[in-house]
Design a protein around this ligand. Sequence first.
Ligand code: ADP
Ligand code: G6P
Length: 356
Amino acid sequence: SCSAGEAKTVVIGLAADSGCGKSTFMRRLTSVFGGAAAPPKGGNPDSNTLISDTTTVICLDDYHSLDRTGRKKKGVTALDPRANNFDLMYEQVKALKDGIAVEKPIYNHVSGLLDPPELIKPPKILVIEGLHPMFDPRVRELLDFSIYLDISNEVKFAWKIQRDMAERGHSLESIKASIEARKPDFDAYIDPQKQYADAVIEVLPTQLIPDDNEGKILRVRLVMKEGVKYFSPVYLFDDGSTISWIPCGRKLTCSYPGIKFFYGPESYFSQEVSVLEMDGQFDRLDELIYVESHLSNLSTKFYGEVTQQMLKHADFPGSSNGTGFFQTIVGLKIRDLYEQIVAARKATAPLRATKA
Ligand code: ADP
Ligand code: G6P
């Protein structure tokens, strides 16, 4: 039988504004762990939780203390800490980490109300995704690894237009207004969390096309903190050097405006980081193996695993550029981190725990 210490859940935090690709990232992550994630069986159809064999993803909107009407009455947005119950968030994440099941509330995105709670059992890996995973210092302390998706305003705007205008029939003006309305609280409460992240994925407009404002071609930067336990940053060619690389040519097909990689050490909020950057997009996903073969420390289990994952989910948003590529890489690093934590625990487990 396992001691409580051995069963401990590994907790991952994923922070980003809504509509910034968290669910897409989660689909890539759970796929790396082998097995698609689905909502809990037989529960509330409006549950925000995703469960697979190894991983449970909970959405932190479930810790809204004020429902939609409550927020309206008080004049606070969902981003405002006053609309969220951090005490409960801390208690429940801590309980799950200690191997204890919890009755977690459900925020119903359709009705805007708080529904009756659902039972969440402690998984091997718990991902908490949402607006505030690194906001409360007590919750932050529980995280074994944290990620921040940093989507620049220009790109956020382009994605919102794409979705809300095309699919939801909103006007350009109303989309602009809703982004503007969120901005003060976003700057005050969401954005500052990136300084605590172990990895940040920054999504910016391309620099390959002068004055591009279409937001179709992206420059994506993977910022990886140095000195994080169980996490060693990916590098291009040589660890710690600075490199600019254009892979286009005989081995990689590139149409206009091409692809440009960059790698090097930098400083991020006064902390030492390594940055891997990709500007542009792939024409042919199968040729990604060429780029993959020049990267080191990818934590793959076999040659070409990144490329295989990318091909498997070619239909997900961001598969032809650095967003999908770096999300897949972070997924592999998290699998590695998880396996190292489990191995370290086994090594220090008391002898009586092993079978004779
Ligand atoms: P969230 O879970 O943070 O709300 P989603 O993963 O559902 O975000 O993505 C929201 C929308 O943003 C998608 O439907 C898509 O239009 C756009 N999007 C997300 N990620 C990307 C990406 N990497 N490239 C292009 N568009 C994206
Ligand atoms: C969720 C999302 C927020 C969004 C809110 C809508 O909580 O995470 O990003 O703003 O729903 O809130 P509203 O007050 O407009 O219903």
